[in-house]
Design a protein around this ligand. Sequence first.
Ligand code: ADP
Ligand code: MG
Length: 397
Amino acid sequence: MNIHEYQAKELFEQYGVPVPAGKAVQNEADFASAIDSLPDGAVVVKSQIHAGGRGKGTFTDGFQGGVKVLESKDQAAGIAAKMLNNILVTHQTGPEGRKVQTVYFTEASDIEKEYYLAILMDRATGGPVIIASTEGGVDIEEVAASTPEKITTVKIDPAIGLQAYQMREVAFGLGFSGDQLKQMGKILSGLYKMFWEKDCNMVEINPLITTPEGQIMALDAKVNFDSNGIFRHPDILDLRDLNEEDPKEIEASKFSLSYIALDGNIACMVNGAGLAMATMDIIHHFGGEPANFLDVGGGATEENVTAAFRIILSDPNVEGILVNIFGGIMKCDVIARGVIAAAKNVEIKVPLVVRLEGTNVEEGKRLLNESGLAITSADSLSDAAQKIVKEVEAAKS
Ligand code: ADP
Ligand code: MG
């Protein structure tokens, strides 16, 4: 799960990582009071979306830059009004971009130098790793490709945690000494504590900066939480912004369905990710195009199957549905009852082909045949795929 920069900075403050003062708002009516709450002088107006590269991004109406550093507060409200409810496209959003629904006003810092600092969960070592670089404000992937010697990597043993010598190694790698060494110690221990206590996958500061007075602070903040650990952190779950997620995928996640929309016209409802992939392949093989990937999981209930139909049918491109279920732990008659109940609950106006195989398959097929619903039953995977492709074609002509 991701959160916004302004939320991540509130967490940073709790863990003693210095950030500039700021205020996030969702409505134009609140711009003036938010701007007033900041000290006089230069300010930065920052679009809040769950994607990076905002500074170099472009809005779909041509307005340049999702992050604007301004000399004074005078223009801040005008610039924020251009960002709010506008669509920002960055190299991380894809061409469709993201709608900006929150704007963050923050104090502008004098930047002497920009650095990069992150803690990630490293799958290779099975523990946290600190990555730091003297090249900040640019993508770390670019630095890794062109000047890897500018990156310091420190692996942490999760059983003993971050050690003082490791903090010095990171700080020395960034060229710090004296008082800045102490500041880095505080930042690193706070950041690591947060990473550990909040079950993070990643905490990234790009840029971490030094000011001409020698202060070190975080100007950007990106935090990703391990969704497997999120149940332990109701305070973090409160920070979830559903505006940043695909509505069909949110709905699917409520019913433990793995759903990804694709651009074809034949919807698939399958149990098991491997079978779902095979089903998509065979639809393609017989000349159709899958409208989605959908794995209803091993323990699909009538309620889950109904929700799956509703999600599938909310996609206007869907012209036919192929249900392909292998009854293993799940019995075919249970699935058949789920399909019948769902077909009665949700009006299905497109052809529906059902292929069942496995435990209690005969009973399942009998239930489908006797349901009185317009369900075409299929005997094998290729039979099912051919039938749905044919029926979709026939429905068009
Ligand atoms: P993104 O990474 O999405 O482009 P950042 O928050 O990193 O967004 O902002 C882009 C750039 O804007 C930073 O690299 C920094 O140079 C500048 N910037 C951001 N916040 C501030 C700030 N509070 N004061 C001064 N400059 C800032
Ligand atoms: Mg950044």
